[in-house]
Write a protein that binds this ligand. Sequence first.
Ligand code: TRP
Length: 380
Amino acid sequence: MTTTAPITSPTQPASNSAAPASTTDPADTGPDPVTAAQRRTTEIEEQIRVAPGQFRILTGDRPTGPLHVGHYFGTLAGRVRLQRAGVPVFVLIADYQVLTDRDVADNLAGHVDGLIADYLAAGLDPAVSTIFAHSAVSALNQLMLPFLSLVSVAELGRNPTVKAEIAAAGQPAVSGLMLTYPVHQAADILFCRANLVPVGQDQLPHLELTRAIARRFNDRYAGGSAFFPVPDALLSAAPNLLGTDGRKMSKSRGNTINLSDSPDETARLLRRARTDAVREISYDPAGRPEVSSLLLLAALCQGRAPAEIAAEIGSRGAAELKRAAIESVNEFLRPHRARRAELIADRGYLRSVLRAGNAVAAEVADQTLGEVRALMGTTY
Ligand code: TRP
């Protein structure tokens, strides 16, 4: 076994390479980064049960639109669980990051209010967790400058997630922010000395860069001490929920079941969902992805196993499957939607939550930046 200290990661290679997560080098003796992160996640889950106070979590979202059921089961529910387990949680609204793949951030304030309403409706408690927007925390942003000095242009250009986003955005030119936002993300994480970052696989290259920045800063300016923690990924087992068109569920594809949708909208969308021509319903994610995704959605909402629901539906076919999915989602989301509607009607309250979170984050960031400047010799 490994160490009990949560801030080091002996199962991950200590290299600074930004190799893609899928790289399998025959000369490599260690596990690939995804497998390593999965193993480490299992260890950390155990440590959280024993000593939640050792950890500090930073997690966040881009305010680009409404959250959907994939977000709920993939990240939101996990954040609430960690908060309830006693881990301090910082929830970042990454408003500057919206500008990576588009020139203009539309309806930013509306999306920010929607995020906060969903956070609170899902059970994040602003008295315990800190909800803030990074644009409002000046000292966090200043950290990006020394951090930029610790990375190479070549390293930024190799980031596989950034490359995929550049390809998907299809913009005529790649902005400096697109190339450097993973460094900003390091500031998001390290300003509050988070040592645990719940992420999906696509974020692992960013976390690897954050880890490199933390180590390099510690080596260059802090005499090799653990001034910044080297944070671990808490790999979220993102459920394989597909969009209603059978492709990856994604805001930009318009195939999502949103938490803010009405029950009627949910019913309409799910009735249109793609299935297949086999009448007997079975849970087979590889062979029958669309049918299995609907089963999984119903199962997550009911807290049961997808195969059990499949057996119940049996030969009653896709129409019955959709009926079950619609009822499960609407039933499960009913209390969330009721709370959300109340919250979104009180923008003053939502903004007061954000302002309070911004103030807490600013205090923490001022403290960290002060120490960073002292270490760098820029206090005059
Ligand atoms: N990149 C994340 C996303 O697209 C959002 C984000 C910004 C983030 N800063 C972060 C996530 C820091 C974790 C840690 O969803």
